[in-house]
Structures are given as C-alpha cells and as structure tokens.
Design a protein around this ligand. Structure first.
Ligand SMILES: Cc1ncc(COP(=O)(O)O)c(C=O)c1O
Length: 406
C-alpha cells in the first residue's frame, strides 16, 4: 500500500479526490471555502471563456451528446470531425490528423498500431503512463533511455539498430514535448539530430506543449524549430483546449494507416459533436487571440521568477509547469498542504514518494492565463511562510493533520 493509501480514510476528499466547486477559475470553492487554485491544466483559461461556453452550449442544444453514434469508421463520422482534423493539421503544420476520443487510450493504441514484434521501441525513462502502457503492449524489444540524456539515447539506438537489423524491423523513438511533473521540455532537437546517424521514427506526446509553447502555440516542436521532423505529433484536448479528446498528426500515409488500425478508435465511439464544435472554437481562439498565450507567460514568468528569487528550487522547468521542490517526509507534506489550504487559502497539487524519491515533497503549480499577478504575489508570500515552518520542524507531527472537514 502506498503512503497516501495508508491514510485513505482520513485523506479521501481532502488530499485525494478533492472536490473543487464553482466555475472553473483561479478561485474556486473547496470544503466550503474559496481557495486560490493552482492545479488545473486550464493553461489558456479557456474552460470558462464566454465564447467557448456559448459554443459548447449551442452545439449541445443542437446535437445532444449522442451524435454521431458509433465508431468513426462505421457510422461516427461527420463533416465537422473532418473539418477539425483539417484545421488541426494546418495549425500543427502536418499533412493529416486523426481525432482520438481520449488521449490516454489514443497514445496506447497508436503505439500498438505502428509497431509489430520485429520492431524496437526506444523511449524516455520519465514518460507518461500512456506511453509506458503502450510500450507494455509491444511484443518486441524495447530500450529505455535516461531522461533527456542524448548520450544514453544514442547508446540505446546503437543496441536497437543491431537488433532491428537482425529482425528486419524498424525503430520507434517516443518522448514528450513537455514532461508534466518536472516541466522539462523533451530534447526534441537532440533526438532529431540523431536521425542523421540512426534510422528511426519519432512519436512525441505534446500534451502540455500544445497551445503553450512555440510562436503560434503549435507546441514544443515549433518552440525548438523541429516540428517538421516529428513523424507523429500527439496532443490532448484535456489541457490548453480545456475539453475532452485528442489528436495525432503526421504524413497522410501514416495517418491514413492509423485510421484503419488504431484499435481504441475502431472499437470505440467517436468524439461527440459538441466536443468537436467546441474544439473548433477553441482552436479559433488560439489562432485569433495570441494575447491569451502572452498573458499565460506573463503569469508563468512572474511565478517562476518570483519563486527563484525567493530561493526556491523549481528544478529545470522550461514550460508552464512549475514544480516547487522541498525536503520532508510524507507526513510533513500532508501537514504542510493542510496549512497551505486552511491558513493561506492556496490549493495546489502535492507529489510525494513513490512518484518522487523518499524525502522529497514536490508541490506542483500550474499557472494559467486567468491568474493575476496579485495571485502570484499572494502565493510567493505563502510559500515563503510554509518553507520556513518546514525548516523549523513545525510540520513534524505524528498524526495526520486535523482535516477540519466538519
Ligand atoms: C503527457 C500526457 N499524455 C496523455 C495524457 C492523456 O490525455 P487524456 O486526458 O486526453 O486521456 C495526459 C493527461 O491528460 C498527459 O499528461
């Protein structure tokens, strides 16, 4: 049993499965009190944007949630699904795009579709669960490389190449545009540089980069100037797009192949029409209102700059994801989070062992375009106070924090 599960009864509803109520915004209700929220991947603040809300509501009134019925290939297609694919292709600078009903299943199933037992997968050690689980389905060999370590990747590519020569298979490299815990950007440039020496295809999961990075918001590939060299570009609608669904883009030939071979799409219902129309509206806003992304980065820069200035360790983030790394036990982490929520009115996510090493407490902040510079200031002040209390041993209590749920 993991440390949080040990306290499952006391923790449920507070540390785990909390309920954030009210409109999706920087300030929401938690346990009947207003809190400043830093844990939603609503990067561009679109979840509650009036034009988005109207597009979602109008499309739901017009179509209901059922339409179209069936899997895309059978009876679940529409002109709007195809239009969204065309618009996404243009936006991420790829020939073709396939919509996916969920990102997690999508990635898993793309990996499953593009390799067979003769092929070799080489993937980053800190990959998201959807990549890990996709790799698990693979019946051939796989090699993991140390996170973002290009020397180690080259070594694994050498091994993979030898093996692929024997089996007659090919090599698929998988990494992320932005790693959701550390905020590190995947070294896409470095990976692509290795294409000069090794023969492989590259799949990038850019869940956190799409909409937040690059000149136009097309993501980490655009930011690093290598978008054209990514063979399969994936992102979800669950973050910047503030919705449900996902997509994968690439050359026409491979996307057409995926349309007929991605089991999570062939054997499951297609994305409902209101989500498709809602995604078209969101994509339009991404393109026509660049000030939204500019606002996001104002908040990100203020938050990350302010935390660094106050001496906080925020790791090596190169994205909006803002980890704050402290030293302490799981028990201390629980008391600290309780104090932060109850006495400073701040709600953020907490990551403890086994996700991070023993003795590390990681608080994870997700700034959005909807936050203000006052929110940033209030947070940096509060973090200063809790850091001091942690250093003074004030969170070293044996019992789980009094949750004051009543
Ligand atoms: C890196 C990454 N890939 C994939 C997913 C899964 O996407 P979805 O929520 O659409 O299933 C997530 C989380 O949303 C993610 O962070």
């Amino acid at each position: 049993m993991g440390p949080l599960a040990l306290h499952a009864d006391e923790a449920k509803g507070y540390y785990t499965f909390p309920k954030l109520e009210g409109e999706i915004a920087p300030r929401m209700m938690f346990n009947g009190e207003e809190r400043l929220i830093w844990s939603l991947n609503n990067y561009l603040g679109l979840a509650n944007h009036p034009e988005v809300r109207k597009a979602d509501a109008d499309a739901t009134a017009a179509y209901g949630l059922a339409y179209p019925m069936g899997a895309r290939m059978m009876s679940g297609n529409s002109t709007n699904h195809e239009l969204l694919e065309e618009e996404l292709s243009k936006f991420v600078q790829k020939e073709d795009t396939m919509l996916l009903n969920f990102g997690y299943q999508g990635v898993l199933s793309i990996i499953d579709a593009v390799v067979d037992r003769h092929d070799v997968i080489v993937y980053d050690a800190e990959s998201h669960a959807c990549i890990i689980d996709g790799v698990r389905l693979h019946q051939g060999k796989r090699f993991v490389y140390a996170h973002n370590d290009m020397e180690n990747l080259e070594k694994q590519l050498g091994r993979a190449t030898k093996l692929a020569e024997k089996t007659g298979g090919a090599i698929l490299v998988i990494t992320e545009g932005v790693f959701g815990m550390s905020g590190n950007q995947g070294d896409l440039k470095g990976v692509i540089e290795l294409k000069k020496k090794y023969n492989f295809r590259l799949l990038v999961d850019d869940a956190h980069g799409f909409g937040t990075l690059g000149k136009t918001g097309a993501g980490a590939g655009e930011e690093q100037g290598v978008q054209q060299d990514i063979d399969l570009y994936f992102s979800t609608f669950a973050k910047s797009m503030a919705s449900i669904g996902a997509f994968v883009s690439g050359d026409k030939k491979i996307i057409e192949y995926l349309r007929y071979n991605t089991r999570s799409q062939i054997f499951a219902k297609s994305v409902p029409m209101p989500l498709v129309i809602g995604a078209l509206k969101r994509l339009e806003l991404l393109q026509t209102q660049p000030e939204i992304k500019a606002n996001l980065w104002k908040v990100v820069d203020a938050l990350q700059g302010g935390l660094r200035k106050e001496g906080f360790n925020i790791g090596t983030t190169k994205s909006c994801v803002t980890p704050v790394i402290l030293n302490g036990t799981v028990e201390e982490a629980l008391h600290l989070i309780h104090d932060l929520r109850e006495n400073y009115g701040i709600f953020c996510s907490i990551v403890v062992y086994p996700v991070v090493p023993k003795g590390i407490i990681m608080l994870r902040l997700i700034p959005t375009a909807a936050h203000s510079l006052d929110d940033v200031e209030m947070t940096i002040k509060a973090f200063g106070a809790i850091k001091e209390k942690l250093a003074n041993g004030e969170y070293q209590k044996n019992e789980v924090a009094d949750l004051s749920l009543g």
